[in-house]
Design a binder for this molecule. Structure first.
Ligand SMILES: Nc1ncnc2c1ncn2[C@@H]1O[C@H](COP(=O)(O)OP(=O)(O)OP(=O)(O)O)[C@@H](O)[C@H]1O
Length: 380
């Protein structure tokens, strides 16, 4: 497999998508490193699904480009072997059995029927192979959708909110599955609107708000970007805050539970200053960084009143509190952009008369198998 351009599994460059007056995706540039499990995070309506559809060739960008293994989806030589995707597990045909459903996709992408049995085993659905999908729980549908994406044994998996409908056991199963999938150097991009849902699964994050990038980098970097605080239980928090400020430690906050949260200092210094100020320290502890709060503060303001015209959400949010900003040194990758003249290849669009196979009602549940991407009527 060749990875051209930036050498990343997935990348977008200035990706933009407008629907009439709604700008769903706005000049989005990010990269998903090979071998990573990258979380694609953003509140509801922040443009995640649209971005994935653009990358997978299921919708046409207004501007910019999305690349898979260095190429637009339509230019991939072996699409099913390169990328498997789960975009919507709800639109499976209810009367079809799991094995029947997979058989259709297996023949579409040219893999043997036995592969259908294999992938059902991989996702733990072997026993349900001959049951109609209409009788499946949401969690089983998610697994079947994942099995479909795995049919081509792809290098890259793109999953849109796959944890939706999974119980805690299902989420733990998905986490273990994705970790073993990525352990051999394969790549996963998994979207969610809840960091907590995927925090234990991902090692890398791309966070969007109102269609724009607000963070990309490792989860560890994000955690480290928030200065850790020491929580101090004292006889007189206000007196300690004052004494700390006099000694140059100005970032103290009185918490609702009466403790003082102190950033930019250490327990020994705090104890010394407290002693000098005649304040009794009853105890200290290190604050646990709640990444969900960091995420929420980064994406807060998405639904601010829109300015007149195009932008429906208002300006991209400030990061909220100063301490919640992007990690030090974070900046878009230098010289990162499509080569001059780069754009969708000529003839990018569905072949005339192409449509879903007979009897197949809803739009495609999964991402692109050969030819499948062209079912979509949404290429605008
Ligand atoms: N086909 C469409 N026509 C018009 N507007 C659309 C279309 N698809 C998406 N949008 C709008 O684009 C914005 C981004 O939607 P998108 O579904 O990409 O967000 P999302 O982050 O995936 O949200 P969710 O987490 O709720 O699925 C929303 O305002 C949505 O209403």
């Amino acid at each position: 497999m060749t990875y051209g351009f930036g050498g990343h599994a997935l990348e977008t460059h200035g990706l933009t998508k407008s629907f009439e007056t709604v700008r769903a995706v706005s000049d989005l540039t990010f990269a998903v490193p090979r071998g990573s499990i990258t979380g694609f995070l953003g509140p509801n309506g922040s443009g995640k699904t649209t971005t994935l559809r653009l990358i997978l060739g299921l919708a046409k960008p207004t501007a910019g480009v999305g690349l898979i293994a260095g190429a637009p989806f339509s230019a991939l030589t072996h699409p099913a072997r390169t990328v498997g995707a789960v975009l919507d597990s709800r639109s499976l045909h209810p009367k079809r059995t799991a094995i029947g459903h997979l058989g259709i996709f297996a023949s579409a992408i040219g893999v043997p029927d036995s592969r259908a049995e294999d992938v059902l085993g991989l996702v733990g659905l072997a026993d349900a192979a001959r049951r109609p999908v209409g009788a499946f729980s949401l969690g089983m549908r998610q697994r079947l959708a994942l099995a479909t994406a795995l049919l081509g044994d792809p290098e890259i998996l793109v999953l849109d909110e796959p944890a939706n409908g999974l119980d805690p056991e299902g989420i733990a199963w998905l986490r273990d599955f994705l970790k073993s999938f990525a352990a051999g150097g394969r790549t996963v991009l998994i979207s969610s609107h809840l960091l907590r849902e995927i925090e234990a699964t991902v090692d890398n994050l791309v966070i969007v708000s109102a269609g724009s990038l607000v963070y990309q980098g490792s989860i560890e970097q994000l955690r480290a970007s928030r200065p850790s605080r020491i929580l101090v239980t004292v006889s007189d928090p206000a007196a300690l805050a004052l004494a700390l400020a006099s000694s140059g430690v100005t970032n103290s906050q009185l918490l609702p539970d009466g403790r003082l949260g102190v950033a930019g200092s250490d327990a020994d210094t705090i104890a010394r200053v407290a002693k000098e100020a005649d304040v009794t320290v009853f105890g200290t502890s290190h604050e646990h960084v709640d990444l969900e709060q960091v995420f929420l503060s980064m994406t807060a303001g998405q639904f601010a009143a829109p300015p007149p015209g195009m932008q429906p959400y208002g300006a991209p949010p400030a990061y909220g509190q100063a301490s919640y900003g992007p990690p030090p040194g974070y900046a878009p990758v230098p010289n990162y952009g499509p080569p001059p003249g780069y754009g969708p290849p000529p003839g990018y669009g569905p072949p005339p008369g192409y449509g879903p196979p007979p009897g197949y009602g809803p739009p495609p549940s999964y991402g692109p198998q050969p030819g499948q991407s062209t079912w979509d009527g949404d290429r605008r």
